[in-house]
Structure formats: structure tokens, C-alpha cells
Design a protein around this ligand. Structure first.
Ligand SMILES: Cc1cc2nc3c(=O)[nH]c(=O)nc-3n(C[C@H](O)[C@H](O)[C@H](O)COP(=O)(O)O)c2cc1C
Length: 356
């Protein structure tokens, strides 16, 4: 065989050639190879199981501040819901109210900050709950009201927080009508497109922080707000991260910021919630990219479909706690003047919308 013609000479290549010459053997070999590849995918599931087992179980995470604040949010959100529920007034929320008192106790014993919005929101909600019970005389047998009143006395030094109280009626600013809101949102949704060509100019920290604060208004399961953002501005770290991701070739390096969207697994109580980090993370990311666009900043989501080893490497680059799942990266920056984008046509709405 003439090696100069590029013919395969290694043992492996010769074996492969020999098998290709026998279709039955080649077919079996090919199928076995695909099955092995499929088996190798199990490592992704093992990685998920390990994470779910390790971090998504509140009884084991009791001492962690993040899990405590998630549980506090989770429990007092049940009271918030009771406070806005339509229907006949009745005594509600006995269990969550007891849990909130217990968690606030733990908060105080752990010396966690008393200016924290989660802590203040819990106290304010308990106050609203007690006020509702008293106003509507929901507790004639005094099952919870006296105990709650006594508990709240411990927080008499905490001023009333009208902006954290429930219920309230959300209202548009005077200058924004419902019509304007509709047309503005339509325009925003239509004009946002994935940007893959950026100016080198950095986006100001104020604009970025404002967009993140808007993304924080996204819904999350029981308002536990597991999402957080790391903005990577440092060119070396940006490159290290982008090198681990497979969808940014040719443009990722142009973005002056890479946002890493994370969701903390410790915010979830058990394996039934194992998908919540991705759901909450997706909603958060959507709000963030719309908010950025509304303020003139372009973005492109970058998938985080990486094998566990690369995920671990990214955690090391970022110094990130392993419970903080990376949901996706987002390339962020100002679009080039007169920049172009992919059309990315959508399916017709009638194909995806069904009324039952
Ligand atoms: C979760 C997710 C991951 C994505 N990953 C990539 C990526 O790795 N590289 C890329 O160029 N675009 C990526 N995109 C952008 C999509 O290609 C884009 O959103 C889609 O084609 C629709 O186009 P539009 O965003 O311009 O409306 C991603 C989008 C999402 C939501």
C-alpha cells in the first residue's frame, strides 16, 4: 500500500478497513459503538443524581444561610398567598406561620443580618397575617393569634416595611398607559435578537446592575429566587470560560462581558424539584436579555450543555460553590453599528397553540 497517497497504515485504520469490507461485521461494530456512546451518557445522569442527593434536601442543609433564607421565603410565601386568596374568609396558614416563626428564630440564633430583605419580608408578612386574623376574627379559638402576637413583640424594634407588605395592588406609573405597555412590549419582543457582533466598549456597571435588578422580578418557584449572575469582565477568565463552551466560536471573544446565570440547588427541598433550577433560571435569563435590550445592550445566550468535567472546570475558573448550577452563559455588549442578525424564523403560532 502506498503511504504517500494518504492510505491508512495504522493497525486501527487497517482493522477498520477490513471490517468495512465485511458489511455484517461493520454493522455490528457500528451499533456496538453507538450503544457504548449511549452508555457514556449515563455520566450526565450520575452527575445530576449526585447533585440532587447532595444539595436538594433541606433537612441536611439546615445550617446553610442560603437554604435557610430559601426556606423562609418558601414558608412565608404560603402566608402571602393566603392573604390574597379569593373566597370565604377562614383561618389559614397555621403550619407555615409556625415554620416562619421557627425559621426566624434560627435566623436570629445564627446571627444573620437583620437588614436582609428576606428577613424583613418575613416579619412584615407575619404582621399582615396577624392583622388579617384580628380584623376578620378568624381565630376565635385562639389557636395561633396570641402566640404570634407574643412572638412578634420580639421584633418591635423592626420598623414597619410598607413596601414588603401583602396584599398590594401593582400599578403602572402615571405616564405609562396599558396601551403603551402593550405596544412597548410588542416592540421589545420583536426587536430583541441574538447579537453575535459586539463593540468592544464595556457596558456601564449601573446599566448591567439595573438589568439584573429587572431580571430579579421574574417569577420563581415559591419566590425562592435561586438565581444569581456572575458578570465576567476579566479577559483571561472570559477566554477560559468560552474555551469550555461549544457555541461561541467566531464571536464570543468580541463580547466585553460574559454573564454566567446560576441557580442555587440548595433553594429546593427534594428531588421532586430537581428541574426547578433550570425553569427558574430560564425565566430569569429571558427577563435579563429583554431588560438588556430595553436599555440598548445586545446579548446572545450560550448553551451550557457540557460534560460534568467541563462544568467542574468552569466552577473552578469562577470559584463557584458546586451547588450553584450553571444554567447558561450570556454574551453581553453593545451591538455593532448597523449590525446584522440571523432571521431565525419562528414556527407558525397556529402550529404551537392549542385550545382545549
Ligand atoms: C439556552 C440557549 C442556548 C443557546 N446557545 C447558543 C450558543 O451556544 N451559540 C449561539 O450562537 N447561540 C445560542 N443560542 C441562541 C439561539 O440560537 C437563538 O436564540 C435562536 O436561534 C433564536 O434567535 P434569536 O435569539 O435571534 O431570536 C442559544 C439560545 C438559548 C435560549
Amino acid at each position: 500500500m502506498n503511504a504517500s497517497l494518504g492510505a491508512p497504515t495504522s493497525l486501527k485504520s487497517r482493522l477498520k478497513q477490513a471490517m468495512q469490507a465485511r458489511p455484517a461485521i461493520w454493522g455490528r461494530y457500528w451499533r456496538a459503538k453507538q450503544e457504548l456512546k449511549r452508555l457514556a451518557m449515563l455520566r450526565y445522569f450520575l452527575h445530576d443524581i449526585r447533585h440532587t442527593y447532595r444539595f436538594m434536601f433541606w433537612p441536611w442543609a439546615q445550617r446553610e444561610a442560603w437554604a435557610l433564607s430559601a426556606e423562609l421565603l418558601f414558608q412565608y410565601h404560603k402566608l402571602e398567598k393566603g392573604l390574597v386568596m379569593p373566597g370565604t374568609p377562614r383561618l389559614f396558614g397555621l403550619e407555615p406561620a409556625a415554620s416562619v416563626m421557627n425559621l426566624l428564630d434560627r435566623w436570629v440564633r445564627a446571627n444573620l443580618p437583620r437588614q436582609d430583605q428576606v428577613f424583613l419580608g418575613a416579619i412584615e408578612t407575619l404582621r399582615c397575617y396577624l392583622a388579617r386574623i384580628n380584623e376578620r376574627q378568624l381565630d376565635p379559638r385562639q389557636v395561633i393569634a396570641p402566640q404570634l402576637a407574643q412572638f412578634l413583640q420580639r421584633f418591635d424594634d423592626v420598623p414597619a416595611q410598607a413596601h414588603l407588605s401583602t396584599p398590594y395592588q401593582p400599578a403602572l406609573p402615571a405616564e405609562v398607559s396599558e396601551d403603551l405597555l402593550g405596544t412597548t412590549f410588542d416592540a421589545l419582543a420583536n426587536v430583541r435578537r441574538s447579537v453575535r457582533d459586539f463593540k468592544p466598549d464595556p457596558v456601564s456597571s449601573d446599566v448591567l446592575a439595573h438589568a439584573v435588578s429587572l431580571a430579579q422580578l421574574s417569577p420563581s418557584a415559591c419566590n425562592r429566587q435561586p438565581c444569581a449572575v456572575i458578570l465576567v469582565d476579566d479577559p483571561k477568565k472570559r477566554k477560559q470560560l468560552l474555551d469550555l463552551q461549544n457555541g461561541n466560536k467566531g464571536f464570543g471573544h468580541l463580547a466585553p462581558h460574559i454573564a454566567v446565570i446560576t441557580a442555587d440547588e440548595r433553594g429546593f427541598f427534594d428531588a421532586s424539584e430537581r428541574h426547578e433550577p433550570y425553569i427558574d433560571g430560564g425565566l430569569f435569563a429571558m427577563s435579563l436579555i429583554l431588560a438588556l435590550r430595553a436599555h440598548g445592550v445586545g446579548s446572545c445566550c450560550l448553551n451550557w450543555c457540557v460534560p460534568p468535567a467541563l462544568d467542574k472546570a468552569a466552577h473552578e475558573v469562577l470559584g463557584l460553590h458546586p451547588a450553584r448550577r450553571i444554567i447558561m452563559l450570556i454574551a453581553v455588549g453593545y451591538p455593532q453599528e448597523n449590525g446584522v442578525v440571523a432571521r431565525s424564523p419562528r414556527r407558525s403560532t397556529s402550529d404551537i397553540l392549542t385550545h382545549i
